[in-house]
Ligand binder design. Structure first.
Ligand SMILES: [Zn+2]
Length: 94
């Protein structure tokens, strides 16, 4: 089965997305370093039917943007503060 590679567009950058796989480049938490993983999470409304339309280029832009979170740590799930940034990440949100 051939899976079409589609270019999702976001502010000029393109990401080839295979709709049958999940992109997961999140590194595992390393308790030895205690490094936070600062992220901003965005959510876009998408229409899966458009993935199958070879004439359509799915866009990630203002028109389908739903949310942008404040910067926060992926591991400990706490929002960024100057103080938190100076402390080791505990990794566990509890
Ligand atoms: Zn953290």
């Amino acid at each position: 089965m051939t899976v079409p590679q589609r270019a999702w567009r976001n502010t000029g950058d393109g990401q080839l997305i295979d709709p049958t796989t999940v992109v997961d480049k999140v590194p595992d938490f390393d308790p030895r370093t205690g490094d936070h993983l600062w992220t901003v999470i965005t959510m876009y409304r998408v229409n899966p039917d458009q993935w199958q339309d070879a004439t359509h280029t799915p866009m990630l832009d203002r028109e389908n943007l739903l949310t942008i979170t404040v910067p926060g740590c992926y591991y400990c799930e706490k929002p960024w503060t100057k103080l938190l940034a100076t402390r080791r990440c505990k990794g566990d949100p509890r």
